[in-house]
Design a protein around this ligand. Sequence first.
Ligand code: 13P
Ligand code: SF4
Length: 303
Amino acid sequence: MDNLKQAREKIAKLKEELQAVIVAHNYQRPEVQDVADFTGDSLELARKCVGIEAEVIVFCGVRFMAETAAILNPASTVLLSYPDAGCPLADTIDIGSLRQWKHRYPDAAVVAYINTTAAIKAESDICCTSANGVEIVNMVPNGEILFVPDRNLGHYVSTKVGKKIVLYHGFCYVHDSVTVEQVMLARQRYPQAKVLVHPECRPEVINLADAALSTSQMLRYTRESSCKIFLIGTEEGMLYPLRKQNPEKEFHSIVKNFICTDMKKTTLETIVEVMQARGNVVTVPEEISVKAKQAIDKMLAIP
Ligand code: 13P
Ligand code: SF4
């Protein structure tokens, strides 16, 4: 019996024992996505976690996602699939900097990308994801917005709305590394292809793309498009659900080894370990959780 098969069997048994539901982000390894009950982008997974009725949610992703699940579903115990799977982008802003910034712009609303710690969400007016940033900023009554922490997503949103958006200087090292040259080279190789990039990419890269989309929006776009070849500008785990959903279409990564190391820390073995130990329980202190939930709930109230 091969290792993967053994691990899958152990996970199935542990799921019953723990009354667990497994959720996985679209960037997870293929075999991890395959054992999940639900996969999706940050917004879909947050919505899904609200309604899960299970003793345990095993979150295969990174810490801010598991924290969001714990905030939204206090009745379940949330286990993160690898102890220190974090998001370096989320760690680019701390509470002290955010408070100073709020002090400088007293009339601005703080819109926090979901890729933030619970403590940052708790200090923010509303959350957004890469799927709904434009809608959220439009919906906020203030004319001035402090957008934290991703400068690229914030810039992308600013090109779509008529508001003053003050950008924080954070960025995702994975998406920010894509260059104009890489996109142009990929386009030369596949001139008929549509180029889809994540809004965490740099503005000049987004300008060259046919669309800037969240990971699940990419799934929708490619399903509905009559185009047969796509160049993908996001973490390469995304190629798995794209190819699975569209076996007749071609998908190529714009960048070789387009990998978020934290997203790749989870394996079937780490899931087994976490479930066996009932370890890596993600909790958020009550006073932070209550406030962060307000910012997340405001976002989720938008259909
Ligand atoms: P999505 O919400 O588009 O899946 O993105 C999450 C993320 O971490 C992007 O790097
Ligand atoms: Fe964070 Fe970037 Fe990894 Fe997404 S891809 S989890 S933003 S470091």
